[in-house]
Design a protein around this ligand. Structure first.
Ligand SMILES: Cc1cc2nc3c(=O)[nH]c(=O)nc-3n(C[C@H](O)[C@H](O)[C@H](O)COP(=O)(O)OP(=O)(O)OC[C@H]3O[C@@H](n4cnc5c(N)ncnc54)[C@H](O)[C@@H]3O)c2cc1C
Length: 412
């Protein structure tokens, strides 16, 4: 039934105002991603939503890794696809419109090694990132993950709250570091062969001066995967608890400086929030497209429901949200392309797009009526997927605080 109504995947062009600003290469990347999503992601989205451990996940990962999707923005000489930031967001939007959890499954490795890229340390790149990148063309593609959040510390780490005390302890030894602690909700943590982990050199001191970031191969003694969380949405991407029990790594695994970990995470957030915005934008667009298609086909009150003003008002708001979210995501990406990434703009893109994704998926369910509530139509999944975009990469409340910090600082 869902397929008969054309609701089995992203089909339309999406909003078009930004279209004229795209380069031919960006349009080509977007069209290529749309075709990849149609072929490899759409048929698996509902399967992985129901059964995240299905063998279909490995099959899809293999196809995505070989296609280069794990390294969208990584420069070509480093083994990536070398897309510019806007091109990378266009591809992410297409993948997320097909399945947001799948987009995270593909993108979490780039988040995992982003601290290393941000540090511009080629020896760390050669030791920890290159083997992962090289594995993408093989039958056993590897993953990376970023581990910051702890059971007792989420927003406080992102904000660098002066009264927060991280429990993950890093003890400096002669030529090595010893890590003890537990991380939670780590995207792709259970799949990763390397984790970039944040810990505290002095838990009684302020976060902003005492954090350290270390690269940890997951076959290091003392590392283990704990619980894999049973999530509400974005189920194709596993979120895991990671346990560090006397994990010892050499000093050469340090990313950046002793005490510089919080600043690295700050930089990572600035660069990664537009990608979360693009994931949310993909969800918002999919909700809009599914709703308008259904509204054109569904006859009630003697005509297609798209002809009823009450439905039109909802669809208009959905279209506005998609268009505005895309502008913010692209603006934030263009600031990155200019070499002037802007935390305020990145946070605005993430916050607005994630609110748009939640609002659009609620409206899409309403427009589909009873069918919208049914799993088969893939619209209730959009709402479950959308909700997470308001939480990770800093909750939207924390993002709003950071936007206001920038606003206030710029007026001082
Ligand atoms: C599925 C999933 C995947 C994730 N992936 C990763 C990952 O790969 N790596 C990683 O490190 N983390 C990851 N996270 C963690 C995520 O970034 C955190 O969940 C998020 O930052 C919120 O932290 P918290 O859950 O501890 O909530 P809390 O910080 O406890 O916040 C709870 C509530 O209180 C509010 N709040 C908190 N502090 C304040 C304040 N000062 N003022 C006002 N309100 C406040 C928040 O906005 C929120 O509404 C993931 C989370 C999920 C759910």
């Amino acid at each position: 039934m869902a397929e008969a109504l054309g609701l089995s995947g992203p089909r339309r062009e999406g909003a078009s105002v930004s279209e004229q600003d795209l380069t031919p290469e960006q349009r080509e990347a977007r069209d290529w991603a749309r075709e990849f999503a149609r072929r490899s992601v759409v048929p698996r989205a509902l399967i992985l939503d129901k059964d995240p451990e299905s063998p279909e996940r490995d099959a899809m990962v293999l196809e995505a890794a070989k296609a280069g999707i794990f390294g969208l923005a990584l420069p070509e000489p480093m083994g990536g696809m070398g897309l510019d930031p806007v091109g990378s967001m266009l591809v992410t939007e297409e993948l997320a419109a097909a399945c947001a959890g799948c987009a995270v499954l593909f993108g979490a490795s780039a988040l995992g090694f982003s601290p290393i890229l941000a540090s511009f340390d080629m020896s760390l790149f050669d030791r920890f990132v290159r083997p992962i990148v090289e594995s993408w063309s093989t039958e056993e593609p590897k993953h990376a993950a970023l581990a910051a959040t702890e059971p007792d510390m989420g927003s406080d780490f992102i904000q660098g709250h002066p009264q927060a005390h991280p429990r993950t302890r890093v003890t400096k030894r002669d030529g090595s570091y010893l890590i003890n602690g537990t991380k939670v909700f780590i995207s792709n943590g259970s799949l990763a062969s390397m984790v970039t982990v944040f810990g505290s050199l002095d838990p009684s001191g302020p976060i902003r001066d005492n954090m350290i970031c270390l690269a940890v191969p997951t076959d290091t003694a003392g590392f283990s995967v704990g619980q894999i969380f049973d999530k509400m949405g974005q189920r194709a991407s596993p979120a895991a608890e990671l346990v560090f029990d006397d994990v010892e790594v050499p000093e050469a695994n340090r990313i950046g400086l002793d005490g510089g970990g919080w600043q690295i995470n700050r930089l990572v957030m600035m660069l990664s929030r537009p990608a979360v915005g693009a994931i949310a934008l993909g969800i918002a667009r999919a909700a809009y497209e599914k709703a308008i298609e259904y509204a054109e086909a569904r006859i009630q009150g003697g005509k297609a429901i798209v002809g009823h003003q009450a439905v039109q008002l909802m669809l208009a708001d959905m279209a506005i949200r998609v268009e505005a979210a895309r502008h913010l995501v692209h603006d934030a990406s263009r600031s990155m392309a200019r070499g002037q990434p802007d935390l305020k703009l990145s946070s605005m893109a993430k916050t607005f797009a994630s609110d748009a994704a939640v609002a659009n998926s609620i409206d899409a369910i309403q427009i589909l009526g009873g069918y919208g509530y049914m799993h088969e139509y893939g619209v209730e999944k959009l709402l479950r997927d959308a909700k997470l975009t308001q939480i990770y990469e800093g909750t939207n409340q924390i993002n709003r605080f950071e936007i206001m910090e920038s606003v206030i600082a710029s007026r001082a």
